[in-house]
Design a protein around this ligand. Sequence first.
Ligand SMILES: Cc1ncc(COP(=O)(O)O)c(C=O)c1O
Length: 407
Amino acid sequence: MNDDIPFALPLMGAEEEEAARRVIRSRWLTTGKEALAFEEEFAAFLAPRHEAPPLAALAVNSATAGLHLALEALGAGNGGTVLVPSLTFTSTAEVARYLGAEPVLIDVKPGTFHIDPEALERTLDRLCRGLPAYPPRNGGGAGFGPTGRPQAVMPVHYGGLPCDMAAILEICRRRGVKVIEDAAHAFPSELPGGEFAGTLGDAGVFSFYATKTITTGEGGMVVTRDREIARRVSLMRLHGIDRQVWNRYTDRKASWYYEVVEPGYKYNMPDILAAIGRVQLGRAREFLAMRLAIARRYDDAFRHEARLAIPPTGPGDARHLYPLSLDAALDRDALIDTLKERGIGVSVHFIPLHLMPWYKNRYGFEAGDFPASLDRFKREISLPIWPGMTENQINRVADEVLSLVHR
Ligand SMILES: Cc1ncc(COP(=O)(O)O)c(C=O)c1O
């Protein structure tokens, strides 16, 4: 029997199968009733219905698509700048380029995996004064990087732990800059006051990619209380067509007539995925409890080991990842290789964007430009933390890591 422990494994079963079958039997395969129901249920999960202004949820086919749409709805583009953490997946930054804006990288706060509000404020001030985003390396000149007006900030709730949104919102509001939360990892991240990460900025975007906390294989959700953003995202996710036309072939009352008012995109979520998403949504709290229990077990195993640092945590942590930090003296890459040989899948989150060839070449970055991100990256391994892991599997991961650290 193969007793390998994968890095990630979605928990799916008879209910998800039945949901997919229901859609296949209905023979309505594209966006339809299931997607509408998923949106309503998702919004209701995150915000009470009676709340004003109401939270709109708009299903899309990936978080990348959702980030693109949210940024487009804010009017970002044409040489403006969009500020994102350097320690993130490329989606967060690449969507700025789709629109002709320039991503500007911000270092993480030392000792955390989250965008540093102080560094964010300094960079916003440079951009507002017309200076290049990055200060000069050796004291001389005006600096380097894009100079465009800041149009949006996209903090990432890395690993499901909410960013310091109070600080970020205050900094951005004072300068009239919009905030789109990259909540790809953060479902559900409930803060002590009952609010959820992803609902605090001008818009938030969740991912249902195969490894995420709930999954539809591929998929995403944009949430916003801003009616104009909701209207624009809804328009642009389906070709820029001026009204809902998904039922125009089957509903007697629906007209064949429609108008294209913008050159939009093809980002809608099909009903098979939405039906699976509805089941997963119903299991989100159960999955969260399982991830929290795994994280507790890992914390207990590693807390007293001097050469390991357990992940920072705090209120609302959805524990999508378990990013363990190794002492700099340990060979992180060799440890990953050995774990792999022993059948344990691990990953690294993330290779900072400033090390990636495209970003490095376009903006002239050096490895040391974002020292906190670089330090985090070099020492980090993400351990398996998926719902359904058995006690044995959790213990085996912890024991293998400890045995390698002690070698
Ligand atoms: C921080 C972050 N943002 C955005 C995305 C994009 O999500 P999707 O694959 O749904 O487009 C990911 C995916 O891994 C991510 O990690």
